[in-house]
Design a protein around this ligand. Structure first.
Ligand code: 6GU
Length: 244
């Protein structure tokens, strides 16, 4: 998968070259490119923002540098399928595991990090000619810019690509790959500071362990995320009961 990130703070994205994602990039599983938007300015001050038409607080990112940066990532005369352009914004569609699965199938993802009050809306409109544009939010709160949101999304997406994480089995049982939250986990010692590992886990009865974990998942989901229980389809619950 090719990943491009355009930002005025490329250093912010440095952590992407660490850990599993960084290793995947070194191994060529990911082709990760971070571009400085200011490289596409043409004035001495490398200016990327200006005051909003119609007045109001803050600054708006100018269209010209964005247009050139996007053209560099995907020339207007390029052949082949349109890359997906993700525009991080608190006004976007909320990112979730389902979206991560879908985006993990893409050949080329581009992230356009806005700062200030946002990017001139005509950039998004223009970009639709050469990209499949999706404005995406990572949750209902406001960040100063898209960079941190991009790190969240890239991590969630990249780990689903074959070869990025060592043990693909760990992808199967985790929270949100189905509807229930993960069960609690324990390791040695069996007794620690007066706290015991649940006894059922110490014996080797796989069926009892399976039922215990399923019950813990349901209790935890009901307590922390009752909204997920409401959304849950009865069929998948029954399937889970039968398999436990
Ligand atoms: Cl994707 N960007 C910004 N700037 N703020 C956010 C966000 C994204 N998601 C939630 N808040």
């Amino acid at each position: 998968m090719r990943l491009d990130v355009i930002s005025i703070f490329p250093e912010y994205l440095q952590p992407l070259s660490l850990s599993l994602i960084g290793r995947a990039a070194e191994e060529g599983i990911l082709d990760l490119n971070v571009t400085n938007l200011r490289d596409f300015t043409e004035d001495k001050h490398r200016k990327v923002d200006d005051t909003p038409y119609g007045g109001g607080a803050g600054m708006v990112m100018m269209p010209e540098p964005w247009g050139r940066a996007l053209d560099a990532v995907r020339p207007a005369d390029a052949q082949g399928p349109k890359p997906t352009l993700i525009v991080p914004s608190p006004a976007g569609r909320v990112f979730d595991q389902q979206m991560a699965y879908e985006l993990a199938e893409e050949e080329h993802l581009v992230f356009a990090c806005g700062r200030y009050e946002g990017i001139d809306e005509r950039v998004v409109d223009y970009a639709r000619e050469n990209f499949n544009v999706i404005p995406v939010s990572i949750g209902d709160y406001v960040l100063n810019g898209g960079e941190v949101a991009v790190m969240v999304m890239v991590e969630a997406i990249a780990r689903l690509i074959p070869g990025v994480i060592g043990n693909p089995e760990s992808l199967v049982e985790e929270s949100h790959s189905d509807v229930l939250l993960e069960y609690p986990v324990y390791t040695k010692p069996a007794s620690w500071r007066g706290r015991e590992v649940p006894e059922v886990l110490l014996g080797g009865n796989h069926q009892r362990v399976g039922r215990f974990r399923r019950d813990e998942q349901i209790k935890r989901t009901a307590a922390r995320r009752p909204d997920l229980i409401t959304q849950m389809d009865v069929q998948s619950l029954n399937r889970r009961d039968r398999d436990a």
